[in-house]
Design a protein around this ligand. Structure first.
Ligand code: ZN
Length: 134
């Protein structure tokens, strides 16, 4: 897990990207259509990151969710999302206000999740008193 400093909504989330041997991909491998196959969105806040980024540092908004292994990552995130928006300053953005993401970290977000949230995650949210907008 990466070290976290400062107020929770000040530090931007990682920009979705994939790298091999520490080097960013180049050419066709770096094109968005290819990269998109490696992207996942958080079921709760819709933050988009690459699979490896979620496994490395979890969701920047939903710190309580464990994403350290592939099984728990698949319970908390999905590849079945559509649309993408980038939030730079969520507290002052009208888009963030419209999409109820004003308190989220700056980052890339899905416009919609096209899949039901896993039952286990729904129960976990209910136990935490979190109500999801539909
Ligand atoms: Zn999240």
């Amino acid at each position: 897990m990466a070290e976290r400093d400062g107020p929770p909504n000040r530090r931007p989330a990682d920009v979705p990207s994939i790298a091999e041997k520490g080097q960013p991909l180049a050419g066709r491998e770096a094109e968005f259509a290819h990269l998109n196959k490696h992207l996942r969105a958080c079921f709760v806040c819709k933050l988009i990151k690459a699979t490896a980024q979620f496994m490395d540092s979890g969701c920047d908004n939903c710190r309580w969710m464990d994403m350290s292994d592939m099984e728990s990552l698949e319970q908390c995130t999905t590849t079945n999302f559509s649309g993408l928006m980038t939030l730079m300053e969520p507290p002052t953005s009208w888009v963030a206000k419209w999409t109820h993401t004003s308190k989220c970290v700056p980052g890339c977000y899905a416009l919609s999740i096209n899949e039901e949230m896993p039952r286990r995650l729904q129960e976990s949210l209910e136990n935490r008193g979190v109500r999801m907008r539909r």
